[in-house]
Design a protein around this ligand. Sequence first.
Ligand code: IPD
Ligand code: CA
Ligand code: CA
Ligand code: CA
Length: 318
Amino acid sequence: MSTGEQDLEIYLEFAIKLAQQCGQMILDASKARYSTDSMVYGKSGNPADLVTETDRLVEELIKSSLKERFPEHGFIGEEHTAAGHKHEFKDEPTWIVDPIDGTTNFVHGFPFVAVSIGLTVKKEPVVGVVFNPFLNQLFTARKGHGAFLNLTTRLPLSYPNPPLRLPSNISQCLVLTEYGSDRSSVTIGKKVNSVHSLLSKPGNVTWSEKKAGFVRGIRSMGSAALNICCVAQGSIDLYYEVGCWEWDVTAALVILNEAGGYTTSSQGPDEGPVNIFGRKYLAIRSGSPCDGDENTRQSQLRLIREMWGVIEEIDCPR
Ligand code: IPD
Ligand code: CA
Ligand code: CA
Ligand code: CA
């Protein structure tokens, strides 16, 4: 079965409608608050790893709608994946779905919550829809056709105007990262240390060096998919997270790519495209149009190498 341009357009349109339908379900559930009432703790009884009835209902709707419309396609969804299970990833079109990215935000009413629907063909992410129903932000992309906010505004955004050029080093970068929900003492201890270290250099350096930190600022919004969309829209320079999953990132990576951004799972450009199953991701925004294409790619790679070097230096867990 070969998948053409027209197919991708059909898949994208279908995914957009489905995401909007799910967005309405998420809004209704949040108003009724039934999801909070029937909230259950995550698979290991970890109070930081939540799953609600709404997560399950939304994923069920997505899965059954896709199966009905595209019965021959594969499906990977967070709530249909048992802990430790490894999916067989095939060349056939495969939907990779997170019904609610930002469940903790959803439960607390913090409005960074998204439904994320991605599609891979021949193992490459080619269609992405990330919809935040609380802020009514719909991020969409298909390979080769650009990325959009609310269907008409092209990404990256032209705000601020003129757009900031890509920084020449990470000390000028605004960075998004997350602690995630893993609360094993080793992981959380290391993550706390690594985030603090980004703001105030560790080790045997002078006070003024320490004060400068490695990066300009750190933000955490609690949704990997929306974090990557922030990089795609250009309002964040870098996002890195170690420990999230393919359903957190697949859709958003298409959006970022189409917005001129770039993602790696490793230090260099030589390792090829990002491994969506790699569980570590470093995403960088595009440059401003005046940076020029080749210059932009070189600056992106320089910043990526610098940032991975720092992540390794501060011993971020993986
Ligand atoms: C989580 C969010 C969070 C990230 C975690 C994810 P969930 O997804 O994206 O920002 O730090 O790694 O697991 O559990 O809310 O779908
Ligand atoms: Ca989860
Ligand atoms: Ca998620
Ligand atoms: Ca989720």
